[in-house]
Design a protein. Sequence first.
Length: 109
Amino acid sequence: MKTKFSKTKELNQKLTQIEDKVKNEVEKVIDPETGLTLGQMQLITSVKEQSPGVVKIDFVPTSPFCPIAFKFAQDIKNTAKKVPGVTKALVYCHGHNMEQTINQTVNRE
């Protein structure tokens, strides 16, 4: 028997069609230092459609001082914007020494 908690958890784990497409594409971005994808390294922590066509993507870089965290953020944004149906992509870096600067720069209009 499913509890209220397990039903809520199940609902929270289901992605909308656009979230699923965006997640699949941004997880294909390759880290040039390791040759691994962001998906293989499990760096994409969340993809949420905030309103129709507007997606918010959260990621964690490989370390708090990752020298290419800004590149990751920009690559994630550019990749997400190519997904049909996405009109705007907001990308947020978490756990980096310069996350505030990265987030402001990447999400500047």
